[in-house]
Design a protein around this ligand. Sequence first.
Ligand SMILES: [Zn+2]
Length: 266
Amino acid sequence: MTDVRVTPQRWLWQPRTKPIRLIEIHATRGNTTPEKQKQAALNWVQSPRNVGNLDGARNIDYANPEWGSSFSHVIGTDGSMGTVLDDNQMPTYSAGYGGVGSTYAIDEYAISYELAQSQAQEPFSDKLYDRLTTEVAIDCLKYGIPPVMISIMSQKGDVPTGIVRHDRCENGIKLGKTDPGVQFNEVRFIAMLKANMEDDMTPQEVRNIVRAMKFHSEDREGNQQESVTTISKWFGVLKEHQKDVDKHSAGEAHDHEIPAGRTGEA
Ligand SMILES: [Zn+2]
């Protein structure tokens, strides 16, 4: 299958007004084979039945559709991608507000990815991990988002930065969501994501990420070690880049190889 772009129902997005600081991860789940999940999700965002609110008689209220369920991208089992929204369009909703006192919706700050999966116990495909980590690496470099998994148990106050699962944010917990669930391999995902980011990171992109990681480690105690490890490694990457530039101006060969050193960061 090839990549596709679809136009969702108009009530399934709003212009984005907040900075992108998060990536949110979901799994589609549904009553078809895994191979059909991508198309099923794309059909749903184009469906006139994807409406959040009902009228007094419990019928779809087309006079006031307001919102339904949407997302930015869906990755298929074959590694193809379906795009519903551009980065400047906010899904309404993929992961919304938390409970009482919540001050923000995850969607306001996040690009939302759905991963093709029929049911919770089914492993995600290798091609899906490949494509997901390629796309999220581009997002992380573009918006200075650090490649770390975070939990957002309270959606109020300062908005953290990183990658959040639907089942690890206040909205998902409130709604009893279990996606992406036990089969989502975070260690593999983060290792592949970092490798993709390092492949062609510019010095400015390294600086942006290191800055975000610094705030991240100050904000969220639980992830401090991971963040500090990554920061110090990337300061190393930055130094290597500088050496490269120096060599280049001295007429020597160019060497972009990044030292492996990725073990022990699980
Ligand atoms: Zn979800």
